[in-house]
Design a protein. Structure first.
Length: 163
């Protein structure tokens, strides 16, 4: 592993936040499209992440400004929380390796969300309501978007052997 200095950690953190926001936006848009195509309320893509704080209110159909704000902020916080560790793990890899690593990260995020985070906050019914294949696809799309969002912050360092 390449030693990391303060500048590296700043790039990792800033890049992780930016990547998390980008990944969160991409997966929210994916959720909107999926909801519309399946004839469901598209607002659910913006409100669902607020359910641990708002309960049933976040699950009601239609627009609710409080539920949308809480849901979007919660969704972005969770997205950033998954993106920063990804940035820490892949920092210094090639751009190609960063993108390939994101596919594996998508599976890790899916397992973490569906078998740890959602049950921990009492939302296991959400996990159970989404077909496994669709859930995996959604999380891999998120992780690839995170990788793309992190690429501008990626730093490739050459460590030359001492002579």
């Amino acid at each position: 592993m390449v030693p990391r200095d303060k500048e590296d950690w700043n790039r990792i953190f800033k890049g992780g936040v930016a990547a998390g926001v980008f990944g969160g936006i991409v997966v929210a848009l994916f959720g909107v499209v999926a909801n519309v195509l399946e004839g469901r309320d598209f607002w659910a893509a913006f409100k669902g992440a607020g359910a641990p704080f708002l309960g049933e209110r976040a699950m009601q159909p239609g627009f609710d400004s409080t539920a949308v704000i809480v849901g979007v902020l919660s969704h972005m916080a969770v997205s950033i929380a998954w993106a920063i560790p990804f940035a820490m793990l892949v920092y210094g890899l090639s751009r190609g390796a960063t993108l390939v690593s994101s596919v594996l990260w998508g599976f890790i995020v899916w397992v973490g969300m569906y078998y740890v985070v959602l049950p921990m906050v009492g939302l296991q019914q959400i996990a159970a309501s989404v077909p496994v294949g669709m859930a995996i696809v959604e999380h891999v799309i998120f992780a690839v978007a995170v990788a793309v969002g992190f690429l501008p912050y990626q730093r490739l360092k050459m460590v030359l052997p001492a002579h």
